[in-house]
Design a protein around this ligand. Structure first.
Ligand code: CU
Length: 491
């Protein structure tokens, strides 16, 4: 009998762990002595490795990021520190960013500002107070995150643990059988020729069927461009709807969905189907309750939704539909014994854009303290598909205009998107409040990633309370690779 997908992963993990033991111990604690304790004191050990997976019946090899017992990612209880030994089991450098956490800058998990990536076999210790909420972790090296080097990072609060609520984590990803570096190269080739060949056509769906913008996009004559890359599959908890993650729930029960968009280049609409839900947090930060059944979720963002299940046996799919397309993925909530019918990998009709309207309905439960802004900055988001070029203020990383801040300042940044694509902008080391759209002020959510729609201006504010040097970039991995990144530096 062939190994199941799960057995495959476990087996490959066990083999890797066995092979690694000697290398790891020889390096333990020696390469980054400035990062706190030695490995034996850490509560969690996370191994970066490779694994065989099966996607829609076809085998593939991807990265994995898991604990020794196979748990993907880290789930912390209230008050627990983030105490993790990260082990590089690959034959190449890697480093993992703790997305949503606000550690000291030398533990942010990026290979920048004097911190090197982990070499093959290297172990590195991370230890800092954990920030509660639904977060995630992913490689910050090349296209490793596109090849599934990513996992959930959940920090529970006392209230969540005490409440009689089942927690369900839904980790969304887009997937390629192809090498993402080759996909990037074909996008850039198009850049050279300005004409699409077969290869680049397959990498660029939607170019021939661009759809009119909705009103929220604020561009009267423009046409927005949804997606750069045509993926082979969309995963929820590593599975497609052909073989979905079926989660047993109690009918009449209450479920907290922690949905994480870990996709490299896909915005989703999270659709609760027949259920209605209450959004209680975005990017791990509590918001005033917002009711609905369909919610936009940009790359790198998270959304926590409470659903009350109906009484009586039932099956409740939680689906994520790709922006601008019919592709969908998801998990199935099913009461014990309920028969689960397969859902198709395509929705019946295309999803529209992830509009800013929802963002303006979200409001932080604990906003920034009321005080004036000390320093305002504007960053121009520029670029195009033809040529394939993305930049901030016309500069491509490592060339950049650093945003200089002083500790203690209230800082505002306006992202002025001059392009026909939306950009999910992520600031490391801080959570900010969304405070204006096209110059119109509103008391928005606290976040670490904000989707800036085409041809609009979005303003965020944050308190400069975490000294160091921090990345600020578009979280579309292909845009970031093209150089759409700058930094925030404390002076
Ligand atoms: Cu972008």
């Amino acid at each position: 009998m062939p190994l199941s997908r799960r057995e495959f992963i476990t087996t490959s993990f066990a083999i890797a762990m066995a092979g690694l033991t000697r290398d790891i111990s020889s390096n333990a604690g020696t390469l980054v002595p400035n990062l706190a304790t030695n490995g034996s004191d850490t509560k969690y050990r996370l191994l970066v490795d490779r694994r065989d997976i099966e996607v829609n019946g076809r085998s593939a090899n991807a990265y994995s990021l898991a604990q020794a017992d196979g748990t993907r990612g880290v789930f912390l209880n209230p008050g627990e520190s983030f105490s993790v030994a990260l082990i590089n089991g690959l034959n190449e450098p890697t480093i993992v960013h703790w997305h949503g956490q606000t550690p000291p800058s030398n533990q942010d998990g990026v290979d920048q500002f004097g911190i090197a990536a982990l070499g093959s076999g290297e172990q590195r210790i991370y230890n800092f107070p954990a920030r509660p909420g639904t977060h995630w972790m992913h490689s910050h090296v090349g296209f490793q995150a596109q090849d599934l080097l990513a996992a959930p990072l959940i920090v529970r609060t006392n209230d969540e643990v005490r409440s009689d609520t089942q927690e369900v984590t839904v980790f969304l990803e887009d997937f390629l059988f192809r090498d993402p570096n080759a996909v990037m190269a074909s996008l850039q080739e198009l850049n050279q020729s300005g004409q699409s060949d077969n290869a680049s056509q397959s990498a660029m769906p939607g170019m021939s069927e661009m759809k009119p913008m909705d009103m929220s996009s604020q561009s009267p004559n423009g046409r927005m461009d949804f997606n750069d890359v045509n993926f082979d599959a969309y995963l929820a908890n590593n599975r497609t709807l052909s073989d979905p993650d079926i989660i047993r729930v109690e009918h009449g029960g209450r479920v907290r969905l922690r949905v994480i968009n870990g996709a490299a280049s896909t915005n989703f609409h999270v659709d609760l189907g027949s259920l209605r839900g209450t959004v209680v947090a975005v990017d791990g930060d509590a918001v005033k309750p917002l009711l609905g059944s369909r919610f936009g979720l940009a790359m790198a963002q998270r959304i926590d939704i409470i659903v009350e299940l109906p009484k009586g046996s039932g099956v409740w799919p939680i689906v994520a539909v790709r922006e601008g397309e019919r592709d969908q993925t998801g998990v199935i909530l099913a009461s014990t014994g309920a028969k689960v019918n397969k859902l198709p990998n395509k929705a019946s009709r295309s999803a529209g854009p992830v509009a800013f309207q929802q963002e303006m309905q979200l409001s932080a439960l604990t906003p920034l303290a009321d005080r004036p802004v000390d320093a305002s900055h504007t960053l121009m988001l520029k670029g195009s598909m033809h040529p394939y070029s993305w930049s901030i203020n016309g500069k491509q990383w490592p060339e950049r205009d650093t945003v200089k801040v002083r500790a203690g300042q209230r800082v505002a940044i306006t992202f002025h998107n001059m392009t026909m694509m939306s950009h999910p902008m992520h600031l490391h080391g801080h959570h900010f409040q969304v405070i204006a759209f096209n110059g119109k002020a509103f008391p928005g959510a606290m976040r670490d990633t904000i989707l800036v729609p085409p041809m609009t201006k979005v303003t965020i504010a944050f308190d400069a309370d975490n000294p160091g040097q921090w990345l600020l970039h578009c979280h579309n991995d292909y845009h970031m690779a093209a150089g759409m990144m700058t930094d925030v530096a404390y002076i």
